[in-house]
Design a protein around this ligand. Sequence first.
Ligand SMILES: CC(C)(COP(=O)(O)OP(=O)(O)OC[C@H]1O[C@@H](n2cnc3c(N)ncnc32)[C@H](O)[C@@H]1OP(=O)(O)O)[C@@H](O)C(=O)NCCC(=O)NCCS
Length: 132
Amino acid sequence: MELITTHIAMTKDMGVHGNLFGGIMMAWIDEAASVLACQTCHSPNMVTVKIDELVFQKKVKEGFLIKIYGEVAQIGKSSITMTIEARKESVYSQEQDLVLTTKVTFVRIDEGGDPTPIPTPVRERYKHLSKY
Ligand SMILES: CC(C)(COP(=O)(O)OP(=O)(O)OC[C@H]1O[C@@H](n2cnc3c(N)ncnc32)[C@H](O)[C@@H]1OP(=O)(O)O)[C@@H](O)C(=O)NCCC(=O)NCCS
């Protein structure tokens, strides 16, 4: 899996109980998946169609780094599904703990917002992960 984005859990990101607010983490997951989808498909016109179950396995306190990793899991005609993992990392020890793992699917769209094929060379490159 490759590292896609890194964030630091700041005071403004905390919920009332002092843990990282779930919605902030969800936005970071979506953003990282978008980066990986656009980068992989050589297109900025990728939209989220599905985020699988999100289970927050560990709490995140202020000051921890959140590192989001991902890899391509499946490629279709217009869709790409990625495995996305969020890990919290201590800045003191660099020790990492898995916070969540999920699958996210993006679809490439045209100017009208309709699905359009991912370029053939990309689909060729990932044919071992083809959904067909
Ligand atoms: C994504 C969108 C363009 C798909 O349009 P659609 O007419 O439903 O698409 P189709 O049924 O032709 O399917 C297109 C592809 O999307 C995939 N897809 C559609 N719904 C899906 C779902 N619920 N889960 C997984 N994949 C899905 C299809 O399998 C297909 O993949 P393939 O081309 O690789 O075989 C449309 O649903 C949309 O615009 N959604 C809103 C996207 C958005 O705004 N996201 C931001 C969230 S606020």
